[in-house]
Design a protein around this ligand. Structure first.
Ligand SMILES: Nc1ncnc2c1ncn2[C@@H]1O[C@H](COP(=O)(O)OP(=O)(O)OP(=O)(O)O)[C@@H](O)[C@H]1O
Ligand SMILES: [Mg+2]
Length: 274
């Protein structure tokens, strides 16, 4: 018998009330099935607005799908996904808490550790993301890259079995981004959690993942391509991009993604027009 996947979306459809047309429904994603095995790193790419964040919200249990179901390690998900940690697309640090207090927050709310234990673990995670000396700083006193590191420590400190990441590094400059991607890979390599990683950057998707899923442009977005990334690990994200196999995979996936990206932009332009 094979083990149940860490995360499985089964026939997930999400419809929203259409802007300005309350009587109409906009179906963002339709009949999406995808699974992430324990310890597997899966990237999802797709054009802007296709429904990537929507799917992650469903996986996190923050959004109930209009149809379909979610299973977590073989169990139906009801409510918040307690086995998952979520790194949001938007910045989500609490501005009134120091970096250390931000990382401690989740550990405190969970209530399994004493304050001293929570502090020790949070300090340890800040060190691991290279911010051991910055625990006392508030979010506005940190650079964008440092804030992302704190957010990463915040999620990893909870030691979730499933990590959901929504374009976590897209706001960073390219050098910082590569550093963070390598750090994420190192941390993941050590602990092998199931990761569902959303990005619209195909290079990043391939460099990090075991598998890349391509979503079609919306409405009614669904997976239209699946590619196994058979590149060796451990990887260096800058180096791996020069390998012939990487370039081959990139060309194959881009052939599927390109038309969808063009459709996605065309739709957004239409939506803006009066
Ligand atoms: N709560 C909501 N109410 C109405 N429409 C929504 C809601 N959430 C998402 N949508 C719509 O569903 C579609 C998918 O949105 P989503 O945020 O999942 O896209 P995305 O793929 O994450 O985009 P991006 O790459 O820009 O982050 C969009 O058309 C969006 O406007
Ligand atoms: Mg999004």
């Amino acid at each position: 018998m094979t083990a149940a996947p860490a995360l499985a979306l089964q026939g997930v459809t999400c419809s929203f009330a259409d802007r300005g047309h309350a009587e109409r429904l906009y179906t963002a994603v339709q009949d999406v099935s995808l699974a992430v095995a324990a310890g597997e790193f899966v990237s999802v790419v797709g054009p802007t607005g296709c429904g990537k964040s929507t799917l992650l919200n469903v996986a996190a249990g923050l959004l109930a799908p209009s149809a379909g179901a979610v299973q977590v390690f073989g169990q139906p998900l009801a409510g918040i996904n307690a086995r998952a940690g979520y790194m949001f697309q938007a910045e989500s640090l609490m501005p009134w808490r120091s970096a250390l207090a931000n990382v401690m927050a989740g550990l405190e709310f969970r209530g399994r550790l004493s304050a001293a234990e929570a502090r020790a673990q949070a300090e340890d995670w800040l060190r691991r993301v290279g911010l051991g000396a910055f625990g006392g700083r508030y979010p506005h006193q940190l650079s964008g890259g440092m804030r992302k590191r704190v957010a990463l420590a915040q999620v990893l400190a909870l030691d979730p079995d499933i990590i959901l990441m929504d374009e976590p590094f897209s706001a960073l400059d390219i050098q910082t981004r590569q550093l963070m991607e390598n750090e994420l890979l190192d941390l993941w390599q050590g602990r092998r959690k199931a990761v569902l990683f959303i990005t619209h950057d195909l290079d990043e998707a391939i460099a990090l993942a075991d598998r890349v899923l391509v979503l079609s442009a919306g409405p009614a977005s669904r997976p239209i391509g699946e590619f196994r990334v058979d590149l060796p690990r451990p990887r260096d994200v800058a180096e791996i991009k020069t390998q012939p196999r990487f370039i081959e995979l990139h060309a194959a996936i881009w052939a599927v993604l390109r038309d969808e990206v063009l459709k996605g932009y065309a739709q957004q332009l239409q939506a803006v027009a009066p």
